[in-house]
Design a protein around this ligand. Structure first.
Ligand code: PLP
Length: 380
């Protein structure tokens, strides 16, 4: 029996000799999103067939989908081409006084470079070293936050290589107590894990949609909580930030008035057709039960991988075994890495090596039978 909640959207997965365990790199599009893409491309080829409401509605639906995934209002969502652009909105737009920004060592570079770039403003980025287990050291992070010079903290919700899930509630609380901004890169968890950014006190949350949200490259969003809309200065200013962009007939009135909501951070013409495709992927995910149901399915698959890794003395499990501290990324290091990678490849398993480990990233379309075949390949 096939109980994978998204499997029906991927007919090729049942006929091709491929086991796709690489959502942490690129999420495949469900079939209905591919269809929607064809529709949009045909319309785009003859733009006279596309109305402005059609474009504007595609963008608004995307904002609503993203907002629902993270417990936000759609007025707190600005559409972005990826994660990093959203993090740049935070890095360059927040009123940071001179001081220190903290992140974890081993973060994906999107949490590092935009903040390293602030050195000339007297804001330095400091990386909290790994703990002895090679995972983010949250205790050390909390100690440093309370030191007094910290103006912001930026972390990934789920670490891209180890799959470690950061305790956002704990770090958020420490940030609030210290008066520091709390910025989160959500891409490795968003869509397949429940979150309420408002309850967690997150100030800015950025995520591309090209991985776990199964959407086109060039789609994503940034959440900026309402209270910060006037505080955070839009770092890039374009015609689309302004209320006047709603009236194509009078653009040269140059009325300098920002949108009152997060659209003020959307600078340029959007990739409407890509967000139209994203809406189809996001609708499929929502109909399959959303982050709660997809997360539960992924957890069951991950449980099996974890259990297998723990049963092998020649395999190191980098990802925490504790369910609360892992999501869809399971990182394992067999003693014989090249041999294991070769066996996986011959078995049709699509996965990647990252930072000395093999990263397995199952999603709502994968079945337990595929996980057993993956394990059999590793065992062979
Ligand atoms: C944690 C994390 N942040 C960001 C990215 C990608 O950034 P962007 O969406 O800006 O290309 C990745 C991709 O691997 C990632 O794992």
């Amino acid at each position: 029996m096939n109980t994978a909640p998204l499997r029906a959207h991927y007919p090729w997965m049942s006929s091709d000799d491929v086991i796709y365990l690489n959502a942490a790199s690129t999420g495949p599009h469900p079939e209905r999103a591919v269809e929607k893409g064809r529709e949009w491309l045909e319309l785009r080829a003859q733009p006279q067939k596309i109305t402005i409401p059609h474009m504007v509605n595609a963008a608004q639906h995307a904002r609503e989908h993203f907002a629902a995934m993270i417990g936000a209002e759609s007025t707190e969502i600005a559409l972005m081409p990826n994660t990093t652009y959203g993090l740049n909105v935070a890095a360059r737009g927040l009123p940071l006084r001179p001081g220190t920004i903290l992140t974890f060592d081993g973060e994906f570079p999107s949490c590092v470079y935009p903040f390293m770039a602030l050195g000339s403003r007297g804001v330095g980025l400091e990386r909290v070293p790994f703990g002895e287990d090679g995972l983010p050291d949250e205790n050390e992070m909390i100690t440093r936050i309370t030191r007094g010079d910290v103006v912001a903290v930026v972390v990934s919700w789920v670490q891209y290589a180890s799959g470690f899930v950061v305790d956002l509630a704990r770090i958020g609380e420490a940030c609030r107590a210290a008066g520091a901004f709390f910025i989160v890169d959500g891409i490795q968890g968003c869509g397949v894990r429940e979150i309420n950014v408002r309850e967690l006190g997150v100030d800015v949350f950025a995520s591309g949609a090209q991985k776990w949200m199964l959407s086109p490259w060039g789609t994503g969003f940034v959440y900026v909580r309402h209270e910060l809309h006037d505080v955070l200065q839009a770092p890039d200013v374009g015609w689309a930030c302004m209320t006047a962009s709603a009236d194509y007939a009078h653009l040269t009135d140059y009325k300098y008035e920002f949108w009152p909501d997060a659209r003020r951070f959307e600078v340029v013409t959007l990739a409407y057709h890509d967000f139209g495709v994203a809406n189809e992927s996001l609708a499929a995910m929502r109909e399959a039960g959303g982050p709660a149901a997809l997360g539960a399915h992924i957890e069951a698959l991950a449980d099996r991988l974890v259990e297998w890794a723990q049963s092998r003395s020649d395999v190191k499990l980098w990802t925490p075994a504790d369910r609360a501290r892992r999501a869809g990324v399971i990182a394992i290091t067999p003693d014989d890495m090249p041999g294991a990678l070769g066996r996986l490849k011959r078995a049709g398993v699509v996965c990647v090596p990252r930072e000395g480990a093999i990263r397995l990233a199952p999603h709502g379309y994968n079945t337990m039978e595929e996980i057993e075949r993956t394990i059999a390949a590793l065992d062979s």
